[in-house]
Design a protein around this ligand. Sequence first.
Ligand code: GDP
Length: 306
Amino acid sequence: MILTKLPRFHLSLASSHFNFINPNRPVQLARTLFSLAPKSNLATVEPISDSSTLEDAPVEIPLDKLFIPPETDISGEDSSTLAARILKGSNIVLSKYARDAQVVQADYVKSSVRTEDCPGDGLPEFALVGRSNVGKSSLLNSLVKRKRLALTSKKPGKTQCINHFRINDNWYLVDLPGYGFASAPHELKLDWNKFTKDYFLNRSTLVSVFLLIDASLPPKQIDLDYANWLGQNQVPMTMVFTKCDKRKKKKNGGKRPEENIKEFQDLIQGFFETTPPWIMTSSVTNQGRDEILLHMAQLRNYWLKH
Ligand code: GDP
């Protein structure tokens, strides 16, 4: 499968759906509206910690800012049934492919220094990437429910590798080098770019990049550049906003995670023909954990079928 197949398919579907629905009418994403749908598919996962005070604030998303997966028809939905199909704390609509999301097994497989050296068994994979300190290791550990799995890719010699973890023996989570170390020499930063760019452009089994962005901070230029590059190269991308438990703090400009997220999206709008999927997470409260797994499941199951 070529990298660009999924987003192109998504573009045409999305525009046809919006002929039926008023795109200016916002969907009210109240917490209770869609708590059942995602959990029913993840029967054996740990319950999400109760972080109601942090997550209660409803987020309004206009219809033209939703991510509607391929082969998903929302034309017959009214706003309450549609809201029930949207993953909590995200703009992601659930499709019929959202199943088999739970993680029962996770194994470190290998660390590669070139795309050609990555596993060749053809299983679909998702790459996690983000600025160093964004919370990538914490998220990886939380997704697989193993406190120390991601330590493997923090061992000396592996921090600049493509680290593959096989999940349930049928797909991969891939930990890519963090970027933007303040102390790294310029040449090293460029090397990382070349290295990860080659992987993004040539890894045929890459279903989607998950770009991690710290929601407790105002948008950073390096993250905007990264998102821009992925958009311009039509590499499928999901934005994962981390540290959404961190409430703010006048000294940082007084912005809440929701405000930083909105600002980030406004700034990248021009890079994409349609809004990419995004999701709010916290490795402290486990917010977004089950939802990311469901989103990965629907992308993966669609990819496997096509
Ligand atoms: P990495 O460098 O991207 O792998 O980031 P780590 O997972 O090592 O996390 C960097 C720092 O951010 C650590 O001090 C973590 O405890 C903290 N951190 C990670 N995720 C979260 C989160 O969801 N919420 C909060 N409040 N802190 C987090």
